[in-house]
Design a protein around this ligand. Sequence first.
Ligand SMILES: [Zn+2]
Length: 415
Amino acid sequence: MSSKLRQISDKLWTGELSTRIENPMMQMMGLEPLQDGLAFVSSFANVSALGTSEGLVLVDTGSFLLARQIHGSLREWTDARLHTAVFTHGHADHVFGVATFEEEAEHKGWAQPVVIAHEALAARFDRYKYTRGYNSIINERQFRVPGLQWPSEYRYPDVTYRDTKVVTVGGERLELFHGKGETDDGTWVWLPERKVLCTGDMFIWASPNCGNPQKAQRYPREWALALRQMAALGAETLLPGHGPPIWGADRVEQALTETAQLLESIVEQTVSRMNAGMRLDEIIGQVRAPEALLARPYLRPIYDEPEFVVRNLWRLYGGWYDGNPAHLKPARDEALGAEVAALAGGAAALVARAEALSLSGEHALACHLAEWAGKAAPGDAVVEAARSQVYARRADAEGSLMAQSVYLQASNTSS
Ligand SMILES: [Zn+2]
């Protein structure tokens, strides 16, 4: 096999390469031609490129941090003007870089590119501008990029659609389908003549980013429906939002179907319990994602995790009240911490118990106690040091980037 991407895809699929060691989402292997007139740029968020007789067509254009690098890779493959860019959704790792092509077009006297996206995408960009401070803070935390500044300018689409749209450029037919999933503005793209499927982030070589604790609503049920729709197409190549392509109709169908099954299982278990009147805490204690699916190299919870999907479903179909009456109008953290510390015989005793629990692997309980101790004795060096250790141990024990990042930051900052 001469294709580096094929090699890595195969090794990840068969388990020869562990996704715990080689995170498929973090591979940035640059551009590789896949078929005549079709190239794939492996970046943090991938870019798919079609070289047509009328110009270049891109599905996604890359992250705001890597867009220039992606442009450089594409320019080694083709000199053609950018004709059309399709955004699979409005996340900031997928929608930057068009400006570079526009400057180029201006300079060379070419026609300007057209950007196509789902009709809900513009409202997302509006929201990102409105909540820029929040997005800077949470993405700095999630991705551990100190000083990360969330973008303030976005390339809004020129053409939008609602359900489906067919785009034909230079003899290439692209079928666009709207599906909700990680976002409400999702588009997945089917190239029927090539039997190539561009999934966007509906497939990312990890348990779906469908519960993200710090971000806006996700749609697990609709996501599964979109995956089922894709699986029925008989695609032979899957070009994902993150991670290497998947080759072979059998593998493509399996990857899509099993991702759908994972989501369907979590949805069914959660919603049936909501309908039975259970509290969120009880539901989280009972819902179990199928172990055999989570063990698949493309479904491991290394980024997001099923427990967060349960919470996301609660938010989607319910309200913020979790069913525990004490949580409806709770005491402030400081008051609760002071009261629990007094019961325990002081903040030092409370944090000592937190450390003991932490050392015995009871990380969740340890974090509650450490947090109360920190609130009961702010600025106490001994309490702060112990609290920091408790969160550091918890971060070590977690498997998902999202959980690890929150606990690491807690370990590095005082209460
Ligand atoms: Zn993405």
